[in-house]
Design a protein. Sequence first.
Length: 295
Amino acid sequence: MKVAHELYPFESHWLDRGGLKYHYLDEGAGDPVVMIHGNPSWSFYYRNLALALRDRYRVIVPDHIGCGYSDKPGDDRYEYTLKSRVDDLEALLDALKLTAKLTLVVHDWGGMIGLAYADRHPERIARLVVMNTAAFRMPATKKLPWQLALGRNTTTGSLLIRGFNAFARGTADIACTRHPMSRELKAAYCAPYDSWANRIATLRFVQDIPLTPADKAYAIVAGVEERLHQFRSVPTLICWGDKDIVFDDPFLAEWQRQLPQASVHRFPDCGHYVLEDNAEEIIPLVKSFLERTTT
């Protein structure tokens, strides 16, 4: 894959994970701000926020295995599960000796990965920035959207995702509703997923969505949900795109119930990639939040 330096002007770093290259950005100096992406995006999602914060903070942005510039192994070399993602993040932050005053910025699957890490190390977490994500089981009033159900449960969906990159392309098409993506931006979001082999993570993430106790990720999610109240004293900023077809009103309502201290900013005309859709408002909000909640 190749993304223009003008769009992604960073130096790459890698952590060895049992012979697999786990890519991350490490920019700036100061209190650490760790940005955790979801599916089917990659660290590219946070590029503008990373650039805006690196003059005052140390910004760490990993690419999950199978995503971005990280290796994209087959199932014989990596178990594509939530536990593996949390283990990878923990290994990275421990290797970098980042064990205090962490600000977690989370989106999509990044919420579950980041909060599962936080559940392991609550004493390390100073602040949370939440964008269209979850760290709890599916709200009772929410049904899995048919697009995700197709990919998660059917061979047709698997073929569309692995054979035609339907998930990455489709998300790029609909996830920005205030500022629809240019062709160049869509290409950059889809760039890591340029072959059947390289699309394995985009499918495995969908297949790992926990809906019942029989699903591998379910126990982790349920445990994090039960203990989410431990972060009620942690300063939290929520930036929410109301036009997200997955993480919609029931998810936001659950965040507000779980973390009532959160400062919530809703954007009625923005979609799932809310930071991409509305960087002009969200970046100043994040900067202001970090400044007024200095650790």
